[in-house]
Design a protein around this ligand. Structure first.
Ligand SMILES: [Zn+2]
Length: 644
């Protein structure tokens, strides 16, 4: 649809490309400007049609269709050479001039792009994260993993962890079991990319000695593809990040053959089915011949033996075909090799994704329709979008006209948004929200949590916090009675501002919840990152430890006059490896901190809570309490960038 529209638009654009257009510049001078066709955002199918090339070819380079699955570079397409060859053929009628063109996938002796000035057709193709990565490679990965888990009888494990995925800002935990999800679209695939590695690492826990090597390779393969797709989403790159991008892709190619048998192309499936049908026909022929010879049916036990041996023969034939015919030679696998060069020449990948067009559909059409009265809505949609667009441009202009180092009155914030020169928000500021009613004292912490936490000694924890963290003049009383009777307030939520990735001026708010009943779904006590040491501590965790927030409260010491905003957290700690990442799945394992005095509980100041953590339990065998967790560092780009 988009392609057809594009071709219809081309005549107008075509005239402007040649004749230019008169545009008035900022000083009022009229200039003749020549637009340039620099990019065409479309999926692979649409590009092959636009470029008049075969479907298993690359619009950018002369890749051999049999090598699409290899990590190799091929010479870029040079359309001037193609045109030269065609000219030669037309002049001399020498077929050898154009046979080489057919070999590189050209389907016609003409391309629409050749009539446009100043363009390199191979350059207008842009990588497309939506179709190439989310709906391409991640979707393939989903099929391979499903088949792999089924083969090794781990699909139930995967389902179990899939359903118990904890929430995270910007991530909606799946409501259905993994195999019940029928629709995998862009949004679902993006969520899948953020959790698949950790879920697979949990599902493939405790392998048998014979499975260990295979499982480790599968995890390494998935890790490298997931890391590649996360790094492809970066909005700015350095030589270092590009080096990582290459490294992930290379290592993915090294290990991808663990999934080869599950990579069934349509052709190999068709071939397997045809040969299977042939075999079944042959069996039924044999049966009819035998029946006519014997003039009676064979014994039941013999029939069973025969059926089993035939099934084995059919299965063996299918596996053989799949192994011989399966390959990774498809365009989406190849197009990833162009990402590095594209970033070097044209900038980050997300700006070219077709997602932009698909999501702007919402602002350009859907929103206008919702605000229309549903009669003659076309004019209303156009008017709505026009008004909003003009208003938005006006706002941007006003913001841009503001002199440097000046801010505007805060009253204008709802109209103009925060001033571009405003001071960045104070990231140290945390807010306790949703106060519980009634007057309370410290001993209520104990009675509230009595049902969930045994042996809770709040006094001991508070005294230990006071001694370790507070200056002498702010310290809490150390006799139990006055401590337990200090006035306290309880809260259900903590707002923590977290700096946005790659953009220090912006931040998002993490809502750390600590409630006994959340939206009728039972107790919800979020995991949070807690600053517990220097950046050099705890290996990859860099001075932070995950902890489950059990209670949020504020106590007032009437004697010293100080208030303390505190949280009670169940802390996890790195294991004997000191918090280093696993060599295969690249995630950090954390354990319940039992050996320390006071068990795994600690009272902390809320200023040491840095945001929500995504932690998956590694389920133990039935009847035992969970002791090990995996830190899902692939949940967002920020965590991915910090924990490695
Ligand atoms: Zn290519």
């Amino acid at each position: 649809m988009r392609r057809r529209k594009g071709l219809k638009l081309l005549p107008n654009f075509y005239i402007k490309l040649w004749q230019g257009e008169l545009i008035t510049d900022s000083r009022g001078k009229v200039r003749r400007c020549f637009p340039l066709l620099a990019a065409w955002l479309a999926d692979h199918e649409e590009h092959t049609a636009l470029h008049n090339i075969a479907r298993n070819c690359c619009p950018k380079c002369e890749v051999d269709p049999e090598s699409l699955g290899e990590l190799q570079k091929f010479s870029p397409r040079d359309h001037t050479i193609y045109r030269q060859r065609i000219e030669n053929y037309k002049r001399t009628q020498d077929l050898s001039e154009i046979t080489s063109l057919a070999a590189v996938g050209l389907k016609a002796l003409y391309s629409g792009f050749w009539t446009l000035p100043r363009i390199q057709p191979s350059e207008i193709h842009k990588p497309d994260l939506l179709h190439n990565v989310y709906l391409g490679l991640l979707k393939n990965l989903l099929e391979w993993i499903t088949a792999f888990l089924k083969r090794h009888e781990r699909l139930d494990n995967f389902d179990e962890i899939w359903r118990s995925m904890p929430p995270y800002p910007g991530f909606t935990p799946p409501h259905k079991a993994f195999r019940e999800v029928s629709q995998w679209q862009g949004k679902e695939m993006r969520m899948f990319g953020r959790i698949v590695l950790a879920a697979l690492a949990v599902a493939l826990r405790e392998p048998s000695p014979s499975q260990r090597h295979l499982f480790n390779r599968a995890l390494e393969c998935v890790k490298n593809l997931v890391d590649f797709h996360l790094m492809a989403q970066y909005l700015s790159h350095t030589a270092e990040t590009l080096g990582y991008l290459d490294d992930y892709l290379r290592r993915f190619h090294e290990d991808k053959d663990v999934f080869l048998e599950f990579r069934q192309s349509k052709r190999s499936k068709r071939k397997a089915e045809a040969l299977d049908k042939k075999l079944r026909d042959q069996y039924s022929k044999e049966d009819t011949n035998e029946n006519s010879l014997r003039s009676g049916s064979i014994s039941k036990s013999k029939r069973q033996r025969l059926d089993i041996s035939r099934k084995e023969e059919r299965d063996a034939q299918r596996v053989e075909i799949m192994e011989n015919e399966s390959h990774f030679n498809y365009p989406k696998m190849h197009l990833m090799t162009h990402f590095h060069d594209h970033i070097l020449r044209f900038g980050n990948l997300p700006i070219y994704s077709t997602e932009i067009g698909e999501s702007s559909h919402r602002t350009q059409i859907k929103e206008g329709y919702y605000h229309s009265n549903r009669n003659n809505y076309v004019h209303q949609i156009l008017g709505y979008y026009g008004r909003h667009h003009a208003m938005h441009m006006r706002q941007e202009n006003l913001r841009a006209l503001l002199p440097e180092n000046e801010t505007y009155n805060e009253d204008l914030n709802p109209v103009l948004g925060p001033s571009p020169n405003a001071v960045a928000p104070r990231l140290s500021l945390r807010h306790l929200r949703a106060r519980q009613g009634g007057s309370r004292v410290v001993s209520d912490v104990q009675s509230r949590l009595f049902r969930f936490i045994h042996n809770l000694d709040v006094c001991k924890l508070l005294i230990s916090y006071s001694r370790l963290s507070l200056p002498i003049h702010q310290r809490l009383p150390e006799d139990s009675e006055s401590l337990l009777n200090l006035p306290a307030e309880f809260f259900n939520q903590l707002e923590v501002p977290v700096p946005a990735f790659n953009n220090p001026r912006e931040h998002e708010i993490h809502h750390v919840r600590c409630v006994d009943s959340f939206r009728h779904q039972g107790r919800r006590h979020d995991w949070a990152w807690i600053k517990a040491g220097e950046e050099s501590n705890f290996g990859a965790l860099r001075g932070r430890l995950p902890g489950q927030i059990e209670s949020l409260f504020k106590i007032r010491d009437l004697k010293t006059g100080y208030s303390h905003r505190l949280a009670l957290a169940r802390m996890l700690r790195p294991g004997p490896d000191g918090g280093s990442v696993d060599p295969h799945h690249g995630l950090v394992k954390v354990y319940r901190a039992r050996g320390r005095p006071g068990g795994d509980l600690a009272v902390i100041n809320i200023s040491s809570i840095c945001g929500i953590a995504h932690i998956l339990p590694v389920f133990p065998s039935k009847g035992e309490e969970c002791e090990t967790w995996l830190v899902n560092s692939r949940i967002d780009l920020c965590t991915f960038n910090e924990i490695y």
